[in-house]
Design a protein around this ligand. Structure first.
Ligand SMILES: Cc1cc2nc3c(=O)[nH]c(=O)nc-3n(C[C@H](O)[C@H](O)[C@H](O)COP(=O)(O)O)c2cc1C
Length: 252
């Protein structure tokens, strides 16, 4: 077997075998929670309701055309309205299907939505710096903790960036998306993993386009330190782990 074969296989569709696969869903095993749960003592932060008046550019054609990965940011903070809009654009709930699964602003195979959105907030108006988790059902933030030397931590997580060193530590906010693969594996068994990778691409693309519509810029970050970021967020690295990052800030 060549060194690429295992990874190339991940890119292929296994769906012809799916009919005969004994998935946990078919076996009648309980469906895992659709979103990550939290305790009654969690510190929640209300987000403003999302309204199209937040957008400075509503022209989808221009947003698609102008979108670029942006690695230089101004010192201007992102407003809470804007942050609320970006969270909604990437994971916001806009309906439910017949099975009671959430439908969101992004497509997702089987509406399994295996992602959680964590934020390292650095420069957002009227909210203190720190690490947060987005609660899509409530459209609120859950405050996790304040991070000492946030910029150094961002450098540690984002490793040696090849294009613009340490650019992410100037971002207003760093999005960190984790996956809980079993949400998809329960339904799709070993065909889940390719789908998860495709699903997260839609999330980040919405962040790019939504950022563009508020005069902000985004850069996707696939180069990151897995162990360090999972440790920071208290993830076990097996049942839940970070899959993708993106930095956002107002354009210079
Ligand atoms: C999956 C993925 C991972 C990426 N990871 C990084 C990264 O770690 N650092 C970075 O500076 N840019 C990263 N980028 C941005 C790409 O370098 C960028 O999309 C590419 O150079 C094309 O430029 P454009 O987005 O402006 O069209 C990533 C993009 C994607 C889609």
């Amino acid at each position: 077997m060549g060194k690429y074969d295992r990874y190339r296989d991940l890119l292929k569709s296994d769906f012809s075998k799916f009919k005969t696969m004994a998935t946990d869903a078919k076996k009648g095993l309980p469906q895992p929670p659709k979103v990550k749960l939290y305790g009654a003592d969690a510190e929640l932060f209300d987000l403003p309701s999302v309204d199209e008046s937040t957008l400075t550019n509503k022209n989808i054609y221009v947003c698609i055309k102008e979108r670029r990965s942006t690695r230089f940011y101004s010192d201007q903070p992102i407003s809470l309205d804007e942050l609320s809009y970006l969270l909604w654009a990437t994971q916001g709930i806009t309906g439910t299907n017949k099975a009671g699964l959430t439908l969101r602003t992004v497509p997702c195979s089987g509406a399994t939505h295996s992602f959680e959105s964590y934020l390292l907030i650095r420069n957002v108006a009227n909210i203190r710096q720190g690490v947060y988790r987005y609660l899509p059902v409530e459209h609120k933030l859950l405050f996790m903790f304040q991070q000492e030397e946030l910029e150094n931590k961002i450098d540690e997580i984002t490793l040696d960036q090849p294009f613009v060193p340490n650019f992410a530590n100037k971002a207003a906010v760093l999005f960190l998306w984790s996956t809980t693969p079993y949400r998809s594996e329960w339904k799709y068994d070993i065909t889940a993993h390719k789908k998860i990778l495709i699903d997260i691409g839609h999330v980040c693309q919405n962040l790019y386009l939504a950022s563009e519509s508020i005069g902000a810029g985004t850069c996707a970050i696939g180069i990151y330190d897995q162990a360090s970021v999972d440790r920071l967020l208290g993830l076990d690295g097996h049942e839940e782990f970070v899959i993708y990052l993106a930095a956002v800030g107002k354009k210079q």
